[in-house]
Design a protein around this ligand. Sequence first.
Ligand SMILES: NC(=O)c1ccc[n+]([C@@H]2O[C@H](COP(=O)([O-])OP(=O)(O)OC[C@H]3O[C@@H](n4cnc5c(N)ncnc54)[C@H](O)[C@@H]3O)[C@@H](O)[C@H]2O)c1
Length: 336
Amino acid sequence: MRNILVTGAFGQIGSELIPALQQRYGAEHIVVSDIRMVPLQAQVPAPVGAEQNYEQVDCTQPQQILEAVRRHDIDTIYHLAALLSAVAEERPHLAWSINMGGLYNVLEAARQYRCRVFFPSSIGAFGPSTPRDHTPQVTIQRPTTMYGVTKASGELLCDYYAARFGLDVRGLRLPGLVSYVAPPGGGTTDYAVEIFYQALRYKHYRCFLGPATRLDMMYMPDAIRAMIELMAADGGRLRHRNAYNVTAMSISPEDLAGEIRKHIPGFAIDYQVDPVRQAIADSWPRSLDDSVAREDWGWAPRFDLASMSADMLARLAQKVTGPGGIGPQGLDPKGS
Ligand SMILES: NC(=O)c1ccc[n+]([C@@H]2O[C@H](COP(=O)([O-])OP(=O)(O)OC[C@H]3O[C@@H](n4cnc5c(N)ncnc54)[C@H](O)[C@@H]3O)[C@@H](O)[C@H]2O)c1
């Protein structure tokens, strides 16, 4: 085994993928990179010695990726750097440059140095003309957001590099991810993280999506396991290399609020719908069919709504309200 490069590693996923990769493959084999210059220890609970394995890499700069891959003898790239759905709608030109330009640069570096690549697609790769319930693995993909355009195009570009250059590119269409380590980066499903913090702090959350907006979600430990298991799977069994539907639950804000209320009696939710994020959510599937991932590489989630909510509240209770907790200072008491 050689070494693994993770781009965009200081984000919501990278903050938990890095320790999982370090544990599985050894810290000395994992190279952490992001455009952000953040002290490694502050973001990622890295084992001693891993500081040497940080590289500042802007994925829109092909030379920086090539240099990192060459210098660290990389054979696998987890390419996480991207702008998420809500941010991409605010800054569509930048989103194209980072999401598509960055992916192209990563695939080119992988082609030159024969690396394997993991590419995280999204439920955003679907659009309003896609069947919204039990969305099949292969179906209509006409997304109407810039984020979705970059994810659907990214899937195609990965297919092209696999077919044309024989590159081992694999990927997942991830649903909204719920986690407690790092904050979400500006997606349409961020409410499903914010709600836990605000429930513990104020017993109240003001949600930016309407009460019945049903979307696929997954708890981060399942998502991290899915990424690592897909990359470790027997390639000969993968019929859909780089865009597997995966999901764990299909839930709405009122479902999540009801579950939280079982732990925090009196928790209240109200709604102030953000038309931009609501329109994005309304263009996405309500529930994915992930049976192909289950058949091809044995995918199965371990957390459902009840077990995820119980674990989130237990983990966050210490962070938010316990000794040394971050408390309510400086936060929007109404949620956002
Ligand atoms: N979090 C989710 O719910 C979710 C769901 C589906 C798919 N995904 C995909 O997974 C990937 C990671 O998502 P995340 O939630 O960790 O995102 P995030 O916004 O939390 O983190 C993205 C990271 O990329 C970095 N970045 C931005 N521009 C960069 C550049 N030019 N070069 C290098 N790094 C740059 C940022 O500094 C940030 O640390 C993205 O491709 C996203 O589309 C995420």
